[in-house]
Ligand binder design. Structure first.
Ligand SMILES: Cc1cc2nc3c(=O)[nH]c(=O)nc-3n(C[C@H](O)[C@H](O)[C@H](O)COP(=O)(O)OP(=O)(O)OC[C@H]3O[C@@H](n4cnc5c(N)ncnc54)[C@H](O)[C@@H]3O)c2cc1C
Length: 453
């Protein structure tokens, strides 16, 4: 049996953790069953955003008429676009591997527990008093045989001429926008009548209106039946009133959520516990029910975002190797949806604030006073702030509009350093940068607070 200073199961974001521990001169076993770099770099954030880059250019050309510029897209070299994306994906494993030093032994295989501190991989037994589970999550299985999940399009081997996407969350919306923009006949199939149901309700409403202008969406529908025949799915949709509709789609992709990978770990051999969804339980120092075994990132099922996974793993490094004593408590957890339109959000929605009976002031401020926004000829963008009436603390911020994922960082900075909306009012902005739209948003909110005092 080989003894390591640290064993890491899952070489997604945790490859960086392995690298950093290796740099300390400590021996690390990094066990990865697939490709180093994990979901984010191989089949998640990065390859999807690379495709979104093309979609953004296309949307901007398609929207040029509102600037009195009549344009026509001659050709979209879809094969070349996917070729580029596929070759990026091809390069990921090697790049991650090259960053690791000799102290990190890579085991290519499925790692699982024989006991709380013994792990087996490829018939080898490894032990350590520090084991990190970073096994991430996977797409929920499609409900139809032969249908895809997001994993099947990264890399994409055969480009379909039409695709139906089941789902209403950020992955479904981002992918529908990409395929549609690239000229692939796309239909989004939504069980209820909402898109992005975790967003603030007013954001959802505007998003649905704007997003539906580009994307063909069937709401209140389910796939009753789908059979793959003659290179296409014959799909029967059933709507809420039980009426049915049939059509053909070359590809069918399910983006209906993520599931835990814990089943591969043989946790029955340990004292490690999972929650009702199958994600691994942990305490506030990331320690599972087994001493010296930690869980970070998607495997814990909490935030399911790359920046959360990265932050947790850096923090775990400090706990294990830098004597950090305080537990990690995220002050806020932002996220973005990279579609047309773009959304960025942090903290409580208005509804959540109401449900918690919080004494808040809510303000919704359009970007109409901004010259830059005016130059974009868009009338929907707005910023919504939810602020504690007594402390002026920002409890939620939701932005819909171009560059919102960048703009929200200014709000995050305030939330991070000294959370008080008045800082956003006092600071100096470059006129007429888009960020300046936060000034009227802050002024409105503060006015509303003062009216209510
Ligand atoms: C299409 C898509 C788009 C996304 N976009 C964004 C975005 O824009 N922003 C954002 O913040 N997040 C995004 N995410 C989420 C983000 O990718 C994840 O939150 C992040 O990758 C989690 O990192 P992780 O290291 O915890 O897990 P992973 O990256 O999933 O890594 C886990 C690794 O463990 C390996 N593994 C699992 N079980 C075993 C085992 N038993 N033995 C050995 N190896 C094992 C897996 O092969 C995998 O490589 C997106 C996800 C998807 C699917």
């Amino acid at each position: 049996m080989k003894t390591y200073d640290t064993i890491i199961i899952g070489g997604g974001r945790a490859s960086h953790l392995a690298k950093n521990i290796g740099k300390l001169g400590k021996k690390v076993a990094l066990i990865e069953k697939s490709r180093l770099g994990g979901t984010c770099s191989n089949r998640g954030c990065v390859p999807s955003k690379l495709l979104i880059g093309y979609a953004d250019v296309i949307r901007s050309i398609q929207g040029s008429e509102k600037h009195s510029i009549l344009s026509k897209i001659e050709d979209i070299k879809v094969e070349k676009i996917f070729e580029n994306n596929n070759s990026f994906i091809d390069s990921v494993d090697g790049k991650y591997k090259s960053r690791l030093n000799d102290n990190v032994d890579i085991y290519r295989g499925v790692g699982y527990f024989l006991s709380n501190n013994v792990v087996e991989v490829n018939n080898e037994k490894l032990t350590s008093d520090k084991i990190v589970i970073a096994t991430g999550s996977s797409p929920k299985e499609p409900l139809v045989e032969g249908a895809w999940t997001s994993d099947d399009i990264f890399p994409l081997e055969k480009i379909p001429s039409s695709i139906s996407i089941v789902g209403s969350g950020f992955i479904a919306c981002e992918l529908a926008n990409v395929f549609d923009a690239l000229g692939i006949k796309t239909k989004l199939l939504v069980r209820g009548d909402e898109l992005l149901s975790n967003e603030d309700e007013e954001i959802q409403e505007t998003f649905k209106k704007e997003f539906s202008k580009n994307i063909d969406i069937e709401f209140n529908t389910t796939v009753k039946d789908a059979k793959y025949k003659d290179k296409a799915f014959e799909i029967t949709l059933e709507s809420n009133d039980k009426s049915t509709k049939e059509y053909k789609s070359e590809a069918l992709l399910y983006a209906i959520g993520r599931q835990s990978n814990a089943h591969s770990l043989k946790l029955g051999n340990t004292t490690i516990k999972t929650d009702e969804r199958g994600y691994i339980k942990r305490d506030e120092f990331f320690e599972t029910n087994a001493k010296g075994v930690y869980v970070v990132g998607d495997a814990a099922g909490e935030y399911m975002l790359q920046h959360a996974a990265a932050y947790e793993m850096n923090y775990l490094f400090k706990i294990l190797f830098e004597d950090k004593k305080e537990p990690l408590k995220f002050k806020y957890m932002p996220h973005a949806v990279f579609t047309t339109p773009e959304i960025a959000s942090v903290g409580l929605t208005e509804k959540q604030a109401q449900e918690r009976n919080l004494d808040v002031v809510v303000s919704k401020t359009s970007w109409e006073a901004s010259a830059k926004a005016e130059a974009m000829k868009l009338d929907y963008p707005f910023t919504k702030l939810i602020v504690d009436k007594n402390s002026y603390e920002i409890l939620g911020c939701h932005i819909i509009g171009p560059q919102s994922s960048t703009m929200i960082h200014q709000v995050l900075t305030v939330m991070h350093i000294d959370n008080d909306i008045r800082h956003l009012k006092e600071m100096l902005y470059i006129h007429p940068a888009l960020s300046e739209t936060l000034l009227p948003a802050a002024i409105n909110t503060i006015k509303n607070i003062e009216k209510r005092k």
